[in-house]
Design a protein around this ligand. Structure first.
Ligand code: SF4
Ligand code: SF4
Length: 115
């Protein structure tokens, strides 16, 4: 069953690639719904994941649970952060390829154009 939902992304975010192509950090999947990592560790079950971070330098989204998990998990000692990130990396299969079959349509801007 397909469904439609509205998500908000940075205007300079890259376009979502096709399913199976390299992940380019478009952020579509994580803005649409939390992944199992977010459900288990952040207790977030709907909406855009709160660990989704826009990286302006690299013009792409990144997973905050991957790069700074201790920021989100106050119980996680900083010394364990690296090992925990490795575990998250395997869990979300980061860098493997796009596993989202979402189809993206860009809504027309609601901003008034130049007159
Ligand atoms: S935890 Fe990371 S991979 Fe999972 S939805 Fe959030 S930002 Fe995306
Ligand atoms: S897995 Fe796909 S939808 Fe998710 S950020 Fe990467 S390219 Fe975008």
């Amino acid at each position: 069953m397909s469904s439609t939902k509205t998500i908000w992304l940075h205007p300079q975010a890259p376009m979502k690639p096709e399913l199976g192509q390299s992940c380019n950090g478009c952020g579509v999947c994580c803005a649409a719904e939390p992944c199992p990592v977010a459900r288990v560790f952040l207790w977030q079950y709907r909406g855009a994941c709160r660990a989704l971070i826009w990286n302006a330098d690299h013009m792409r989204y990144q997973c905050g649970m991957l790069i700074q998990p201790a920021y989100y998990l106050r119980w996680l000692p900083l010394a364990w952060q690296y090992r925990f990130s490795q575990m998250i990396n395997r869990w979300i299969a980061a860098g493997i390829g796009c596993d989202s079959d979402a189809e993206v349509a860009i809504a027309p801007s609601s901003e008034p154009g130049p007159s």
